[in-house]
Design a protein around this ligand. Structure first.
Ligand code: M6R
Length: 601
């Protein structure tokens, strides 16, 4: 979702800001802008659409060593130049960028800003007008900023410029992520470390309800009550090459191909000296102590959670419920006596999941976050963290994070089983190793996946994925992948459920992608395929060797325990979705309307 950058130093800020915004493009946006300050005051450039359009609009002749920038994913007001950030106060003294949602903006407008005329439809403009109002009332700018923040309800990350002061960026956050980066003779602001990796890898985490005064030479963090907070910086363990596409046409394809390496990295990171895959002692104990696990997640991470339930229940014999985070808060089930909450989130910033985390922590329960981003909000605020070690995932469509989540969940389950003295018939390390090698073979079969995509999906308006048992969960993930990047209406269904209504949608030629990787449901799913074929559907069966039949379209060959076939069957599904989107000339890495990091509820 929206992204923020800021720079204050000796160089011209424009290029640093624009390059920073380009690094945030993956989060999803529909307009972008920058504001820079020099001795002539502030200059704002903003445009609807891509950063490339903004670049063309920026006046090269303006040289300014201070600036802020923003990519906007519309919430209040349509995507447009007027609604794009930065926004300015009426006198244009103050200029501000904001991520998040100000929930009480209408009340604030009514109670404090009567008579002020607004240019945009955004909630953000209220913030900058409030700051100006408090300054006009006699407050110093820092106090005016604090007074404004105290009134805001909702989420925000803010960077603020005063055109009368070329040596300060004011920064604050609540619920939305924001970092300050440190350099020699300069400092930066960024929604995530990737944006400013071009100039620094030293970052300071900001906490909710702090304000930060960033100058060329210093970074001062204060609470809203004015207490100065000391906080040591950390080194962002990111390699600039991790965030480049290299020779790949798209990040999504690169990230699909990285999956075998990610799996091996996970094995390496979680293996102890005895060669066993284990988690930290305190996490193991939390698993042993709980009487029920509640998995909370959204989108692809939710689908990984469904597989996690299978692992934790079947391997560790602990009951599990899986919940969509946006539903949980107001639809909370009756909780068991000793619940353990597991939050699964690639970004670690998903606002829906964070809202649940805040709620369950207030209730006094323990929480574990499984995330790809060390230091992310969900990681910081939970009791424990398990990292995915997948490297930055840039494409909006999650691929390598999903398989990493599934693998880490299997390790968690295996370790809990060991702690509970439960005998397991397989060696997890060996199984994941087999999966990694088989993934490589699948990734090498791109030509075949491309053919399947062309054959089944180049002109269709809809598509169904069906499966039974754990294949059903992979089907749900396949449908999400396909629809989000190719805009084909796709649904994942339990094979047996189709005939209870959805089969009415089957027409001549409707593509049905059926997954058949589980012996126990093999006959069942094949029966379901026959039912849809009898009504004209065009079936594409993806099966495991040993369960395959003559007309199967793609057969996965790997001698792996049935519990881990989802880590394999998802690869054809990811690749088919990728090629379907490509055939339809969609923007694979940045699908319309979507954001990578969903930081509003
Ligand atoms: O960062 P998270 O894992 O919490 O994100 C959750 C979903 O927004 C995410 O998985 C989304 O569904 C992906 N775009 C799917 O590819």
């Amino acid at each position: 979702m929206c992204g923020i950058v800021g720079y204050i130093g000796k160089q011209d800020s424009k290029e640093i800001l624009l390059r920073g915004l380009e690094k945030l493009e993956y989060r999803g946006y529909d307009s972008a802008g920058i504001a820079v300050v020099n001795e002539n005051g502030v200059q704002v450039f903003k445009e609807k659409g891509r950063i490339a359009t903004l670049r063309e609009a920026v006046d090269e002749a303006v040289i300014a060593p201070v600036g802020i920038g923003h990519t906007r994913w519309a919430t209040h007001g349509v995507p447009s130049k007027v609604n794009a950030h930065p926004h300015q106060s009426s006198s244009e003294r103050f200029t501000l960028v904001h991520n998040g949602v100000i929930e009480n903006y209408n009340h604030l407008k009514r109670d404090y800003l009567d008579g002020v005329s607004f240019k945009s439809d955004t909630d953000t403009e209220i913030v900058v007008q409030l700051i100006e109002k408090f300054v006009n009332d006699g407050h110093q700018i820092e106090d005016a900023f604090k007074e404004t923040l105290k009134l805001l309800k909702g989420s925000y990350a803010i960077a603020l410029l005063d055109n009368q002061d070329q040596n300060t960026i004011y920064v604050a956050k609540n619920k939305s992520p924001l970092l300050v980066g440190l350099g020699d003779d300069f400092n930066v602001v960024a929604s995530d470390a990737m944006a400013m990796l071009q100039v620094t890898n030293q970052y300071v985490e900001l906490m909710d309800k702090e304000i930060v005064i960033v100058t060329r030479e210093s970074v001062t963090i204060k609470t809203l009550e004015g207490r100065v907070v000391e906080r040591a910086p950390y080194t962002a363990e990111l390699d600039a090459s991790d965030i480049e596409k290299g020779t790949y046409p798209h990040y999504m394809l690169k990230e699909i191909d990285e999956q075998p390496a990610v799996l091996r990295k996970i094995i390496g990171n979680y293996r102890n000296d005895n060669g066993e895959l284990t988690v930290d002692e305190e996490i193991r104990q939390a698993m042993v102590d709980t009487d029920r696990v509640y998995i909370i997640a959204a989108g692809t991470s939710y689908h990984a959670g469904l597989l996690g339930k299978q692992y934790i229940e079947k391997i560790a014999q602990i009951p599990v419920e899986v919940h969509i985070s946006s539903e949980f808060s107001y639809n909370m089930p009756l909780l068991s006596g000793k619940p353990l909450f597991i939050f699964i989130s690639q970004s670690g910033e998903t606002a829906d999941s964070r809202a649940v985390l805040v709620q369950v922590k207030e209730m006094g329960y323990k929480a574990l976050t499984i995330t790809n981003v060390q230091g992310s909000t969900l990681s910081r605020e939970a009791d424990f963290t398990l990292l995915l070690h997948a490297g930055p995932e840039i494409a909006v469509a999650s691929t390598k994070a999903y398989t990493a989540q599934v693998a880490v969940l299997s390790i968690l389950a295996r370790d809990a089983a060991r702690a509970k003295g439960i005998e397991i018939s397989f060696d997890l390390s060996k199984e994941l190793g087999i999966v990694a090698s088989a993934m490589e073979t699948l990734c090498d079969d791109k030509e075949e996946m491309e053919k399947i995509a062309r054959e089944y999906l180049s002109t269709t308006r809809n598509c169904f994925f069906i499966g039974r048992g754990i294949d059903y969960y992979v089907g749900m993930e396949g449908a999400l992948k396909l629809k989000e990047i190719s805009y084909i209406q796709a649904e994942g269904f339990a094979g047996g459920e189709l005939k209870h209504g959805t089969i009415a949608l089957i027409e001549e030629g409707t593509p049905i992608i059926a997954l058949a990787t589980q012996e126990i449901v093999n006959l069942g799913i094949r029966g379901n395929v026959k039912e849809v074929v009898a009504r004209g559907a065009n079936p594409c069966i993806i099966s495991m060797k040993g369960l395959n039949e003559e007309d199967d379209r793609y057969v996965i060959s790997a001698d792996v325990h049935e519990l881990f076939t989802p880590l394999l069957s998802v690869i054809p599904v990811q690749l088919i979705s990728y090629y379907a989107a490509l055939h339809r000339e969609c923007d694979v890495d940045k699908p319309r309307n979507l954001a990578k990091s969903v930081t509003v509820e």
